[in-house]
Design a protein around this ligand. Structure first.
Ligand code: EPZ
Length: 429
């Protein structure tokens, strides 16, 4: 198993390029199931989650080739024959459920495992299931699997009770091949979903309202393979912005789309950072004194929940106390007790975390529990005095491409080392 060993206290300086977006690449890959032929998705990041979905597509019958240098993902769907997403893969990565809509829409059947919980608690898929039902699918829950059938889905008006990235993507991918018109209301407008909508349109789907919360879809009989440029990863970009801010560094990040990180930039400016926006690049200079800034996470274009853990690490270094409220997940706090091992002074109360600051972070051994929790522990380690060891970085490898090499290129003293866990350090899987 791998851990990161970090010697804290070094300011980060230099330039780093953002990789392709994890959360855009996954629905883009699943959407390939909607048409027969070969797809190319450029700028696909070399991440564990991408490889997990690639393996699922292979089980379904696709030929999948990935070039880790050129970052092109090639998917050929001419031999799709197995319409199932097994438990062991869906449990590993919840986003595997993205194959439900495409398989049902194109092949009339799908058997997809329910995802089970994730590190920080239940994450239901009821909106995915309800959306398929509203498109006319027969749905059974059998042995922990969603069993969906419908020869041809039927367009319908679907109003999501809450904004859901995954449910919007899944239902949209089902609706594009349904008979007749579908109207999706209260659709998610996260950049990853807008990219998916553009990809579907490039495949021949008829969608009006792209980029808005109301999508009107005229179902078509066939879609066609195409190629597409994946987005940059806005959460990786935000993570590097905070790394610069909390080490009082000066970092330029390239491959940036400013509209996708407005909320992050604004909050960093309020914390005292200097931000210079260039052509697809952003420069962040950390302030001598970090001002406390309260945050409430929200759906796009609000402050992303996927930056919540990283922001807590940052605010431990502020000149005064602050708080963060997560309106998306009410229990996404697995990183809090680990940050406390680094001497952070935190207190959670429901979906709020209060951060007492400034706190002098001191190196220690800490445990990754989920993807963004790992990122927050690494950020804290960069600012902590002494040595921090972040264990189980396989969580991090799900969503950050070569993070330790990128950070080292900016002057961080961080290495990846092998280690064994002779005793189960906690009950977590
Ligand atoms: C996506 O997850 C992202 N994952 C998550 O990023 C991100 O945290 C989340 O969107 C919110 O932005 C991918 O894109 C692969 P949701 P998703 O459906 O689609 C509730 C990361 O770190 N809900 O928008 O699963 C849900 O519990 C990951 O990269 C239902 O109640 O999120 C949550 O409270 C972590 N029923 C809220 O909606 C449903 O059927 C928003 O979830 C679906 C969701």
């Amino acid at each position: 198993m791998d851990k990161f060993v970090i010697q804290g206290g070094r300011p980060l300086n230099g330039t780093v390029a953002a990789s392709g977006s994890k959360n855009a690449s996954l629905p883009l890959m699943a959407a390939a199931l909607l048409a027969r032929g070969t797809f190319t998705i450029h700028h696909t990041p070399d991440l564990q989650d991408v490889h997990t979905l690639a393996n699922l597509l292979r089980i379904i019958g696709c030929r999948v080739q990935y070039d880790p240098v050129g970052k092109d993902m090639l998917i050929n769907t001419e031999n799709v024959h197995h319409f199932e997403a097994p438990y062991e893969l869906v449990k590993k990565m919840r986003a595997s459920i993205y194959v439900l809509g495409p398989l049902l829409a194109r092949y009339g059947e799908a058997r997809v495992s329910l995802p089970g919980g994730c590190a920080w608690g239940p994450r239901p898929v009821d909106l995915h299931i309800e959306g398929m039902k509203q498109l006319g699918a027969d749905i059974d829950l059998d042995g922990g699997y969603i069993v969906a059938r419908k020869d041809r889905l039927i367009g319908n008006r679907i109003k999501f009770p809450i904004s859901s990235v995954g449910a919007t993507g899944n239902v949209l991918m089902a609706a594009v091949l349904a008979r007749g018109e579908s109207v999706l209301e209260n659709a998610a407008i996260e950049p990853e979903i807008v990219a998916l909508t553009q990809f579907l349109a490039a495949m021949g789907a008829k969608i009006d309202g792209i980029g808005t919360r109301k999508l009107t879809v005229q179902g078509v009989d066939h879609l066609y393979p195409t190629h597409f440029d994946n987005l940059p990863d806005r959460i990786e970009i935000g993570t590097f912005m905070i790394a610069a801010a909390m080490t009082r560094g000066d970092v330029t990040i390239t491959n940036v789309i400013h509209e996708q990180i407005e909320a992050i930039s604004e909050h960093l400016i309020r914390a005292g950072c200097t931000i210079e926006k260039g052509d697809r690049r952003i420069r962040v200079k950390g302030p001598e004194t970090i001002s406390p800034v309260n945050v409430i996470t929200d759906v796009f274009p609000g402050f992303p929940t996927d930056m919540q853990a990283q922001w807590i690490a940052f605010m431990t270094q502020a000149s005064g106390p602050s708080s963060i409220v997560d309106q998306i997940y009410f229990d996404r706090w697995k990183h809090v007790p680990e940050l406390e091992r680094l001497n952070a002074k935190l207190r959670t109360d429901g979906n709020m975390c209060k951060i007492d600051a400034p706190a002098t972070l001191k190196g220690a051994q800490v445990m990754s529990t989920d993807l963004r929790a790992s990122a927050s522990l690494i950020l804290a380690g960069l600012a902590a005095k002494g040595t921090t060891e972040v264990l189980r970085v396989y969580h991090l490898d799900r969503g950050y491409e070569k993070l330790e090499l990128k950070l080292a290129s900016l002057g961080a003293e961080i290495t990846r080392e092998k280690y064994e866990e002779f005793v189960k350090l906690d009950t977590e899987e």
